[in-house]
Design a protein around this ligand. Structure first.
Ligand SMILES: Cc1cc2nc3c(=O)[nH]c(=O)nc-3n(C[C@H](O)[C@H](O)[C@H](O)COP(=O)(O)OP(=O)(O)OC[C@H]3O[C@@H](n4cnc5c(N)ncnc54)[C@H](O)[C@@H]3O)c2cc1C
Ligand code: SF4
Length: 473
């Protein structure tokens, strides 16, 4: 059999992989690229018909030692672009300096300013809707591609009182018909958006799918790399019950924060921090009952973010929190006559720290197993502090009562198992996302985060991939 060879072999086809390929092709448009994807392509129509994002249950692909800890992701072409809710805030400038500013976690090997041009590029690619007002918290050099979504009555009051903290959300859910997508109609079930208003692989990477030099090969489960010395020689994958091998010059690993470390562990590419530090944010729900104020009249599922508790001096002692102002009614409408909409559902998301005890290992049969004892004390203190401080934050509103509606079982953000950094001793990959030991291997996706900011990760994943590709190509 003739050995297949490619300029670039990519594992996975989710956020990290797709945006790396996008950035690489911008510099090398003729590069011959193979993307090896474990799942199948499931169209928007297929997903609506079957009521799910993938034909392969993600829970069948890994094990965990913590029955109550949920990890959520999609196996399939497009990865998380299928199931995501398309919330796209940038990380905060301080998120990149957690060690030097607050003495916790690790600093990133790059800062907000360096990533800013790639944030703009990723937002442009996803046609993100947002308001210029967001730049009071997250500075920006270019306007959002789309105008912000309509705010609720609650947001209007909060924005008047706290213009420096309460801002319309940035989101890849269309606010106007654009980029082949209709406007969002606030039906609030974005993992299976009925109208195709959010950015996905299918509606967002139409050009890529038509390129003759890029192949997305499906139902190919990459098991490991063959490597020698400081380079990968081949990716080995299973398809149709048989093992295949493909060689390349550059290898890009974007199989998510559980499967990417597992592939490295099975390859014997054994940096001691491989798989170490997997984490995500900790979230809980509140329902704010309002006196005489009808709300829930916004233009999308979540209309605004409040940064009052995100980056305060207390971040050296306890985790910051991001407050999501929702425009849905997960706990039902009010039952009192005429007061149906006098409520504001909130989701509070608190950052966690990567801990060495929480890690991805291989089970005896080579399947990834997530060991996750518990969240950090830092996060626990952050949850407590946010519960105490929320009343102050909501002071501008006519609050009748705040009901705690329970902890959320996951934020669906697996991250931090192959952290990036300047030093080999404290990171697996370098500032360009190249493996410290294996120099033709790039790691992309949320596995590379060295700390766990409390914003949604995917816009940052995309921006990091665009940057890495630009530096490497
Ligand atoms: C329900 C839900 C809602 C979410 N909402 C948001 C949101 O609103 N905003 C946000 O920022 N983030 C959101 N996320 C998180 C987002 O999906 C992830 O942060 C993002 O997908 C991470 O990108 P990634 O490239 O690391 O992994 P993925 O996008 O998951 O890509 C990994 C790819 O690798 C493939 N793969 C895995 N193993 C193998 C293998 N062995 N061989 C070949 N291919 C393999 C997978 O099939 C997949 O295509 C949400 C996630 C879920 C589950
Ligand atoms: S709020 Fe509704 S229309 Fe908008 S992206 Fe979500 S599911 Fe689609």
């Amino acid at each position: 059999m003739v050995q297949e060879h490619f300029d670039v072999v990519v594992v996975g086809s989710g956020f990290g992989a797709l945006f790396f390929v996008e950035g690489y092709l911008a510099k090398r448009p003729a590069a011959k690229i193979l993307m090896l994807e474990r799942g199948t392509f499931n169209s928007h129509a297929w997903q609506l018909e079957h009521g799910k994002n993938s034909s392969l249950a993600h829970t069948s692909t890994f094990r965990t030692d913590a029955a109550n800890k949920v990890w959520n992701f999609t196996i399939g072409v497009g990865g998380g672009t299928n199931c995501w809710y398309a919330q796209t805030p940038r990380f905060h400038p301080s998120d990149f300096h957690m060690k030097s500013k607050y003495g916790v976690a690790q600093d990133w090997p790059l800062d907000y300013d360096e990533l800013e041009q790639y944030y703009v590029a990723a937002e442009t690619r996803m046609s993100v809707a947002g308001s210029p007002d967001m730049s009071v918290v997250l500075p920006r050099s270019a306007p959002f591609p789309q105008p912000p979504h309509k705010q609720t009555a609650v947001d209007a009051i909060m924005r008047r009182a706290q213009p420096e903290f309460h801002v319309p959300i940035a989101t890849a859910r269309a606010s106007v018909a654009d980029a082949g997508r209709p406007p969002c109609c606030a039906s609030a079930r974005c993992n299976l958006c009925p109208v195709n208003a959010k950015f996905t692989f299918e509606n967002g990477f139409v050009d890529l799918r038509g390129l003759p030099n890029v192949e997305i090969r499906t139902e190919c489960e990459v098991t490991h790399f063959d490597h020698a010395g400081d380079s990968v020689k081949a990716a080995v994958y299973k398809k149709g019950g048989e093992e295949h091998r493909v060689t390349g010059d550059l290898f890009v690993l974007g199989a998510n924060a559980i499967h990417s470390p597992a592939i490295l562990l099975r390859s014997g590419i054994d940096h001691p921090l491989t798989g170490v530090g997997i984490h995500e944010q900790v979230g809980y729900s509140l329902e704010v009952l309002l006196e005489g104020l009808d709300s829930l009249n916004g233009g999308t599922i979540t209309t605004a973010l409040n940064y009052s508790l995100y980056d305060t001096p207390s971040r050296k002692d306890y985790a910051g929190a991001l407050i999501y102002f929702d425009n849905r009614w997960p706990h039902g409408l009010r039952t009192e006559y005429g007061r149906w909409r006098q409520l504001a559902p909130l989701v509070i998301v608190v950052e966690d720290l990567p801990q060495d005890s929480n890690r991805v290992v291989l089970d005896s049969d080579g399947m990834p197993k997530v060991l996750h004892a518990e969240i950090s004390d830092y996060a626990k203190r952050g949850v407590e502090a946010s519960l105490v401080n929320i009343e102050k934050v909501l002071a501008p509103l006519p609050v009748e009562r705040i009901d705690f509606k329970g902890m959320r079982d996951t934020e669906s953000h697996i991250q931090g198992s192959l952290r990036m950094g300047n030093e080999r001793a404290s990171s697996v990959i370098d500032a360009k996302q190249i493996h410290h030991d294996v120099r033709n291997l790039v790691v992309v996706g949320s596995s590379v985060f060295p700390s766990g900011p409390n914003s949604n990760p995917s816009l940052s994943v995309a921006a990091l991939s665009l940057r890495s590709a630009a530096l490497i190509a």
